[in-house]
Design a protein around this ligand. Structure first.
Ligand SMILES: [Zn+2]
Length: 325
Protein backbone atom coordinates (compact mmCIF):
# COMPACT_ATOMS: atom_id res chain seq x y z
CA UNK A 1 0.00 0.00 0.00
CA UNK A 2 1.34 3.42 -0.99
CA UNK A 3 -0.58 6.54 0.09
CA UNK A 4 -0.14 10.32 -0.16
CA UNK A 5 -2.38 10.93 2.83
CA UNK A 6 -2.62 8.67 5.84
CA UNK A 7 -6.13 8.51 7.29
CA UNK A 8 -6.33 5.77 9.92
CA UNK A 9 -10.13 5.72 9.75
CA UNK A 10 -9.95 4.83 6.04
CA UNK A 11 -8.01 1.63 6.85
CA UNK A 12 -9.98 -1.54 7.63
CA UNK A 13 -10.95 -2.16 11.26
CA UNK A 14 -9.79 -5.27 13.12
CA UNK A 15 -6.67 -5.71 11.00
CA UNK A 16 -3.01 -4.81 10.62
CA UNK A 17 -1.69 -2.62 7.83
CA UNK A 18 1.83 -1.93 6.58
CA UNK A 19 2.60 0.53 3.82
CA UNK A 20 4.39 3.61 2.59
CA UNK A 21 3.51 7.27 3.02
CA UNK A 22 4.79 9.40 0.13
CA UNK A 23 6.23 12.72 1.32
CA UNK A 24 8.16 14.19 -1.63
CA UNK A 25 9.43 13.36 -5.09
CA UNK A 26 13.03 12.48 -5.83
CA UNK A 27 15.00 13.82 -8.77
CA UNK A 28 15.29 10.29 -10.19
CA UNK A 29 11.53 10.15 -10.73
CA UNK A 30 10.87 8.12 -7.58
CA UNK A 31 9.52 9.28 -4.25
CA UNK A 32 10.72 9.76 -0.70
CA UNK A 33 8.45 7.55 1.40
CA UNK A 34 8.09 6.76 5.09
CA UNK A 35 7.21 3.21 6.19
CA UNK A 36 4.11 2.99 8.39
CA UNK A 37 2.65 0.22 10.51
CA UNK A 38 -0.92 0.42 11.78
CA UNK A 39 -2.89 -1.90 14.03
CA UNK A 40 -6.62 -1.09 13.97
CA UNK A 41 -8.61 -2.65 16.78
CA UNK A 42 -12.05 -4.08 16.12
CA UNK A 43 -13.46 -1.88 18.90
CA UNK A 44 -13.36 1.92 18.90
CA UNK A 45 -10.87 3.60 21.18
CA UNK A 46 -8.10 6.18 21.28
CA UNK A 47 -5.29 6.58 18.74
CA UNK A 48 -1.68 6.23 19.86
CA UNK A 49 0.94 7.50 17.40
CA UNK A 50 4.58 6.41 17.81
CA UNK A 51 7.46 7.59 15.63
CA UNK A 52 11.21 6.90 15.52
CA UNK A 53 14.12 7.77 13.28
CA UNK A 54 13.58 11.54 13.46
CA UNK A 55 17.38 11.47 13.67
CA UNK A 56 18.88 9.08 11.13
CA UNK A 57 21.52 7.52 13.42
CA UNK A 58 19.27 6.37 16.30
CA UNK A 59 18.23 2.73 16.03
CA UNK A 60 16.38 1.65 19.20
CA UNK A 61 12.95 2.77 17.97
CA UNK A 62 13.65 1.51 14.45
CA UNK A 63 13.96 -1.96 15.98
CA UNK A 64 11.28 -1.69 18.71
CA UNK A 65 8.41 -0.53 16.47
CA UNK A 66 8.28 -3.53 14.08
CA UNK A 67 8.71 -5.82 17.11
CA UNK A 68 5.63 -4.30 18.79
CA UNK A 69 3.71 -4.52 15.50
CA UNK A 70 4.56 -8.22 15.22
CA UNK A 71 3.44 -8.93 18.80
CA UNK A 72 -0.02 -7.34 18.61
CA UNK A 73 -3.27 -8.95 17.47
CA UNK A 74 -5.83 -6.50 16.10
CA UNK A 75 -8.62 -8.35 17.91
CA UNK A 76 -6.94 -7.65 21.28
CA UNK A 77 -6.84 -3.92 20.64
CA UNK A 78 -9.27 -1.08 21.36
CA UNK A 79 -8.57 1.91 19.13
CA UNK A 80 -5.67 2.39 16.76
CA UNK A 81 -1.89 2.19 16.97
CA UNK A 82 -0.10 4.08 14.18
CA UNK A 83 3.71 3.86 14.01
CA UNK A 84 6.50 5.07 11.73
CA UNK A 85 9.90 3.47 12.48
CA UNK A 86 11.92 5.90 10.30
CA UNK A 87 10.83 9.51 9.80
CA UNK A 88 14.05 10.98 8.44
CA UNK A 89 14.62 8.56 5.57
CA UNK A 90 17.36 10.65 3.84
CA UNK A 91 19.36 10.86 7.10
CA UNK A 92 18.79 7.15 7.84
CA UNK A 93 20.00 6.20 4.39
CA UNK A 94 23.18 8.28 4.89
CA UNK A 95 23.69 7.11 8.55
CA UNK A 96 23.56 10.73 9.74
CA UNK A 97 21.71 12.61 12.48
CA UNK A 98 20.53 15.33 10.07
CA UNK A 99 19.59 15.32 6.41
CA UNK A 100 22.44 15.04 3.88
CA UNK A 101 20.25 16.83 1.33
CA UNK A 102 19.44 20.18 2.95
CA UNK A 103 21.61 19.86 6.09
CA UNK A 104 18.62 20.38 8.38
CA UNK A 105 17.85 18.69 11.69
CA UNK A 106 14.29 17.30 11.44
CA UNK A 107 13.84 17.81 15.19
CA UNK A 108 14.28 21.58 14.77
CA UNK A 109 12.05 22.41 11.78
CA UNK A 110 8.56 21.39 12.96
CA UNK A 111 5.81 22.20 12.00
CA UNK A 112 7.60 22.16 8.63
CA UNK A 113 6.73 23.74 5.29
CA UNK A 114 4.69 21.61 2.80
CA UNK A 115 6.53 23.03 -0.25
CA UNK A 116 9.89 23.57 1.49
CA UNK A 117 13.08 21.53 1.26
CA UNK A 118 12.97 17.78 2.01
CA UNK A 119 13.32 18.06 5.81
CA UNK A 120 10.55 20.68 5.98
CA UNK A 121 8.34 18.48 3.80
CA UNK A 122 8.86 15.46 6.04
CA UNK A 123 8.02 17.56 9.11
CA UNK A 124 4.84 18.92 7.51
CA UNK A 125 3.78 15.40 6.50
CA UNK A 126 4.52 13.93 9.94
CA UNK A 127 2.51 16.73 11.54
CA UNK A 128 -0.54 16.33 9.29
CA UNK A 129 -0.55 12.55 8.76
CA UNK A 130 0.70 11.32 12.12
CA UNK A 131 0.79 13.75 15.05
CA UNK A 132 -2.56 15.36 14.22
CA UNK A 133 -4.35 11.97 14.42
CA UNK A 134 -3.02 11.19 17.90
CA UNK A 135 -4.78 11.17 21.26
CA UNK A 136 -1.33 10.50 22.66
CA UNK A 137 2.04 10.86 20.92
CA UNK A 138 5.42 9.15 21.53
CA UNK A 139 8.71 10.04 19.80
CA UNK A 140 11.52 7.48 20.25
CA UNK A 141 15.03 8.99 20.27
CA UNK A 142 18.50 8.13 21.61
CA UNK A 143 21.93 9.73 21.73
CA UNK A 144 22.76 8.50 18.24
CA UNK A 145 26.38 8.12 17.22
CA UNK A 146 27.61 11.38 18.79
CA UNK A 147 26.02 11.62 22.24
CA UNK A 148 25.71 9.39 25.27
CA UNK A 149 22.41 9.80 27.16
CA UNK A 150 20.95 7.48 29.83
CA UNK A 151 17.80 5.55 28.99
CA UNK A 152 15.03 7.93 30.00
CA UNK A 153 11.58 9.20 29.19
CA UNK A 154 10.95 12.92 28.78
CA UNK A 155 7.58 14.60 29.08
CA UNK A 156 5.77 17.93 28.84
CA UNK A 157 5.84 19.21 32.45
CA UNK A 158 2.81 21.31 33.36
CA UNK A 159 0.09 21.53 36.00
CA UNK A 160 -2.65 21.38 33.35
CA UNK A 161 -4.37 18.27 31.99
CA UNK A 162 -1.96 17.84 29.07
CA UNK A 163 1.04 17.96 31.39
CA UNK A 164 -0.51 15.60 33.93
CA UNK A 165 -1.38 13.02 31.26
CA UNK A 166 2.14 13.31 29.85
CA UNK A 167 3.59 12.76 33.34
CA UNK A 168 1.36 9.72 33.99
CA UNK A 169 2.40 8.14 30.70
CA UNK A 170 6.07 8.86 31.46
CA UNK A 171 5.67 7.06 34.82
CA UNK A 172 4.04 3.95 33.34
CA UNK A 173 6.41 3.77 30.33
CA UNK A 174 8.98 1.89 32.43
CA UNK A 175 12.23 3.82 31.95
CA UNK A 176 13.87 4.46 35.33
CA UNK A 177 14.70 8.14 34.65
CA UNK A 178 12.08 10.85 34.08
CA UNK A 179 12.87 14.28 32.64
CA UNK A 180 10.11 16.89 32.65
CA UNK A 181 10.34 19.99 30.47
CA UNK A 182 8.20 22.97 31.53
CA UNK A 183 6.00 24.53 28.85
CA UNK A 184 6.53 26.19 26.47
CA UNK A 185 8.83 23.53 25.00
CA UNK A 186 11.67 24.63 22.69
CA UNK A 187 10.29 25.21 19.19
CA UNK A 188 10.71 22.97 16.17
CA UNK A 189 10.26 19.59 17.88
CA UNK A 190 7.68 16.88 17.29
CA UNK A 191 6.58 17.21 20.91
CA UNK A 192 6.31 21.02 20.76
CA UNK A 193 4.05 20.47 17.72
CA UNK A 194 2.00 17.88 19.65
CA UNK A 195 1.62 20.27 22.59
CA UNK A 196 0.58 23.02 20.15
CA UNK A 197 -2.18 20.71 18.90
CA UNK A 198 -3.24 19.95 22.50
CA UNK A 199 -1.91 16.37 22.40
CA UNK A 200 -0.14 14.96 25.49
CA UNK A 201 3.22 13.40 24.66
CA UNK A 202 6.45 11.78 25.79
CA UNK A 203 9.79 11.05 24.13
CA UNK A 204 12.67 8.75 24.93
CA UNK A 205 16.45 8.82 25.03
CA UNK A 206 19.00 6.00 25.35
CA UNK A 207 22.78 5.65 25.06
CA UNK A 208 22.71 4.97 21.32
CA UNK A 209 26.23 4.84 19.92
CA UNK A 210 25.34 3.42 16.53
CA UNK A 211 23.81 0.30 18.09
CA UNK A 212 20.44 -0.58 19.60
CA UNK A 213 21.16 -2.25 22.94
CA UNK A 214 18.69 -5.14 23.50
CA UNK A 215 17.70 -3.69 26.90
CA UNK A 216 16.77 -0.36 25.31
CA UNK A 217 14.81 -2.00 22.48
CA UNK A 218 12.95 -4.01 25.15
CA UNK A 219 12.37 -0.87 27.27
CA UNK A 220 10.95 1.06 24.32
CA UNK A 221 8.78 -1.85 23.12
CA UNK A 222 7.44 -2.58 26.60
CA UNK A 223 6.97 1.17 27.10
CA UNK A 224 4.64 1.38 24.10
CA UNK A 225 2.62 -1.60 25.41
CA UNK A 226 2.53 -0.09 28.93
CA UNK A 227 1.18 3.21 27.59
CA UNK A 228 -1.42 1.28 25.56
CA UNK A 229 -2.55 -0.50 28.75
CA UNK A 230 -2.68 2.84 30.58
CA UNK A 231 -4.85 4.20 27.72
CA UNK A 232 -7.13 1.11 28.00
CA UNK A 233 -6.21 0.11 24.45
CA UNK A 234 -4.94 -3.25 25.74
CA UNK A 235 -6.20 -5.36 28.66
CA UNK A 236 -4.16 -5.49 31.83
CA UNK A 237 -2.12 -3.04 33.88
CA UNK A 238 1.23 -1.49 32.95
CA UNK A 239 4.21 -3.36 34.43
CA UNK A 240 5.20 -1.86 37.81
CA UNK A 241 8.36 0.23 37.55
CA UNK A 242 10.64 2.21 39.86
CA UNK A 243 12.04 5.70 39.26
CA UNK A 244 15.73 6.27 40.05
CA UNK A 245 15.95 9.94 38.98
CA UNK A 246 13.32 12.57 38.25
CA UNK A 247 14.71 15.70 36.61
CA UNK A 248 12.89 18.87 35.64
CA UNK A 249 14.41 21.51 33.41
CA UNK A 250 14.46 23.01 29.95
CA UNK A 251 16.27 20.00 28.50
CA UNK A 252 17.17 21.98 25.42
CA UNK A 253 20.17 20.06 24.08
CA UNK A 254 20.96 23.05 21.86
CA UNK A 255 21.84 24.97 25.04
CA UNK A 256 24.64 22.88 26.49
CA UNK A 257 28.24 23.39 27.52
CA UNK A 258 29.89 23.52 24.10
CA UNK A 259 33.40 23.53 22.66
CA UNK A 260 34.84 27.04 22.11
CA UNK A 261 37.59 25.59 19.93
CA UNK A 262 38.28 22.48 17.89
CA UNK A 263 40.33 19.60 19.26
CA UNK A 264 40.19 16.26 21.03
CA UNK A 265 37.67 16.10 23.91
CA UNK A 266 38.38 13.92 26.94
CA UNK A 267 35.59 13.83 29.56
CA UNK A 268 36.53 13.76 33.26
CA UNK A 269 33.05 12.72 34.42
CA UNK A 270 30.68 9.86 33.61
CA UNK A 271 27.01 9.72 32.71
CA UNK A 272 24.62 10.47 35.64
CA UNK A 273 27.52 11.54 37.90
CA UNK A 274 26.54 14.27 40.35
CA UNK A 275 28.55 17.47 39.73
CA UNK A 276 28.70 20.97 41.18
CA UNK A 277 28.89 24.26 39.30
CA UNK A 278 32.50 25.06 38.40
CA UNK A 279 33.68 21.43 38.59
CA UNK A 280 36.07 20.29 35.85
CA UNK A 281 34.09 18.05 33.49
CA UNK A 282 36.50 17.61 30.61
CA UNK A 283 39.42 18.94 28.63
CA UNK A 284 40.10 19.64 24.97
CA UNK A 285 43.59 18.68 23.83
CA UNK A 286 45.65 19.58 20.80
CA UNK A 287 47.52 17.17 18.54
CA UNK A 288 50.43 16.97 21.02
CA UNK A 289 48.24 16.00 23.96
CA UNK A 290 48.46 19.40 25.60
CA UNK A 291 45.30 20.79 27.19
CA UNK A 292 44.11 23.83 25.24
CA UNK A 293 40.77 24.25 27.01
CA UNK A 294 39.18 23.16 30.30
CA UNK A 295 35.41 22.66 30.43
CA UNK A 296 33.58 23.33 33.71
CA UNK A 297 30.07 22.47 34.89
CA UNK A 298 27.64 25.36 34.36
CA UNK A 299 25.21 24.16 37.05
CA UNK A 300 24.78 21.76 39.98
CA UNK A 301 23.13 18.50 38.99
CA UNK A 302 23.74 15.22 37.18
CA UNK A 303 25.37 14.56 33.82
CA UNK A 304 22.44 13.78 31.50
CA UNK A 305 24.29 14.08 28.17
CA UNK A 306 27.97 13.54 27.51
CA UNK A 307 29.65 13.78 24.14
CA UNK A 308 30.83 10.36 22.98
CA UNK A 309 32.92 11.36 19.95
CA UNK A 310 36.33 12.68 20.95
CA UNK A 311 36.85 14.91 17.91
CA UNK A 312 35.09 18.25 18.39
CA UNK A 313 34.53 21.29 16.22
CA UNK A 314 33.79 24.81 17.47
CA UNK A 315 30.28 24.92 18.92
CA UNK A 316 29.82 21.15 19.36
CA UNK A 317 27.88 20.17 22.49
CA UNK A 318 30.02 18.49 25.17
CA UNK A 319 27.86 18.04 28.22
CA UNK A 320 24.42 18.85 29.64
CA UNK A 321 23.56 18.88 33.33
CA UNK A 322 20.05 18.20 34.63
CA UNK A 323 18.68 19.06 38.04
CA UNK A 324 16.65 16.55 40.05
CA UNK A 325 13.44 17.56 41.86
ZN1 LIG B 1 17.23 12.15 18.39
Amino acid sequence: MIVDKLDVVALGKGSKHAGWLTVASRPDGGDWRLPFLCVRGRQDGPTLVVVAGVHGDEYEGVEAIPHVFGQLEANDLKGDLLMVPICNMPAYEAILRSSPIDGLNLARVFPGIPDGSITHRIAASVRENLIRQADFFIDLHSGGITYNIPTLVGYAHDEGDLGQRSLQAAKVFGAHILWGHPLPLPKGRTISTAVGLGIPCIYTEAPGGGVARPEDVACFGNGILNVMKWMDMLAGDPEPSSIDYHFVGKGNLDQVVSAPLAGYFRPKVHLLEGVTKGQLIGVIQDFFGDTIHKTYADADGHIIMLRRLHRVQVGDGLVHIATPI
